[in-house]
Write a protein that binds this ligand. Structure first.
Ligand SMILES: [Zn+2]
Length: 281
């Protein structure tokens, strides 16, 4: 650790301390600097100064491997925020190409990307945003057969898919491998977000044992871009909480988001003893 790096970090801590002093005098917090380079300290300075965050959380994020399933409306904010925050390795899975009808809500893809594989288009933007992040595009569709291999070895999976079949396949694979998972869905002006710690909290199938019949699809029912942005941002927030432990995740339940009425509702869910996905975990 060079003197200038220490100096920079000390300045950040001093800024926090002086803000606190305005209310009441407190001793300067002890700053523990782990293995962060000078550019990393500058790039992540606005999250490093957060009292709940600090260098330990930053290092944890940098060592994490996260799989983002879907590079669409939810996957865009999730992948952008996780890459920006400094997750070490991000896998992006999507088998679609960029279409004109995607662009109003899928902010990783731009008009010149039409026809390009979404996984590749997403990876290119994420590398521009943060070259220190290892981004791995997978041009494939996740199903029950390949989900276990994709999930294996990940620290966290963020499911940004748009089908119940994929969500159940991902939930089962994450439960079996005991990999933490953030699930979500969005439609119209509403959505939901749920964090799952296999073996410790209710899983997606505990909450939704069967898929609803004739569930409307995005192409039929529509979706507003900002609604997907809010739900995807909530997913990214959950991911960062699960990876670092800086705040409690939305576990043993889900957050229901109604953006038409501007209402958030926490719904509690208990683990089911007969859950086919998580009861044996
Ligand atoms: Zn379960």
């Amino acid at each position: 650790m060079s003197g200038s790096r220490r100096g920079f970090f000390r300045d950040l801590a001093a800024a926090v301390a002086s803000a606190k002093d305005a209310v009441e005098p407190e001793p300067e917090p002890e700053v523990v600097v782990h293995d962060l380079t000078e550019p990393e300290i500058e790039r992540y300075s606005r999250q490093l100064v957060l009292p709940e965050w600090g260098s330990a959380a930053q290092v944890a994020l940098g060592e994490a491997s996260v799989l983002v399933i879907g590079a669409g409306a939810l996957g865009a904010p999730v992948a952008l925020y996780l890459a920006g925050a400094g997750v070490g390795r991000i896998g992006i899975v999507d088998d679609d190409d960029v279409e004109l009808s995607n662009l109003h809500r899928q902010l990783l893809h731009y008009t010149p990307d039409l026809g390009v594989a979404k996984a590749e288009s997403a990876a290119a933007k994420l590398r521009f945003l943060n070259p220190d992040v290892v981004v791995e595009p997978y041009q494939m569709r996740v199903d029950a057969e390949n989900a276990p291999a994709l999930v294996e070895g990940q620290d966290l999976v963020v499911d940004c898919s748009d089908s119940f079949a994929t969500r159940y396949a991902v939930n089962a694979a994450c439960c079996a491998a005991r990999v933490k998972l953030v699930e979500a869905g969005v439609l119209g002006m509403a959505g939901m977000v749920m964090s799952i710690k296999p073996g410790r909290s209710a899983c997606y199938r505990c909450a939704f044992p069967v898929a609803p019949r004739d569930a409307p699809r995005c192409a039929d029912a529509g979706v507003l871009g900002p609604a997907a942005g809010v739900v995807g941002s909530l997913q990214a927030m959950e991911a960062m909480k699960l990876l670092t432990g800086v705040a409690p995740a939305i576990a043993d339940g889900f957050l229901q988001v109604d953006l038409a009425g501007a209402e958030f509702l926490r719904v509690k869910v208990s683990r089911r003893a007969d859950c086919p996905d998580c009861s044996g975990v």
